[in-house]
Design a protein around this ligand. Sequence first.
Ligand SMILES: [Zn+2]
Length: 105
Amino acid sequence: MIKTRLKKDDTVVVISGANQGQSGKVLFVDRKKGKIVVEGVNKKKKFVRPSQEYPKGGVISLEYPIHISNVQYFCDKCKIGVRIGMQDKNDSSIRVCRKCGKSFD
Ligand SMILES: [Zn+2]
């Protein structure tokens, strides 16, 4: 299990690896494997058989998981990938930008 504060629908930016600099929305977080799927990042072509989901089959383009440590939350105030901090607010904790303090939730 990997500890991460990233969630589905967060906007992240890739900070290392082959897809460095790309950004997108988080589609899926796999904490067990420490992997994350980001919209438009690490797309590979895949050959699929015709199925209900892909009636025609053939070659589709699909996002493949990348390692969680390769991405950071994209703060739209700082315009860069940042680390997420936690802050108490109304008896619960919210995620904030470690740099500028902007709330992410
Ligand atoms: Zn920020």
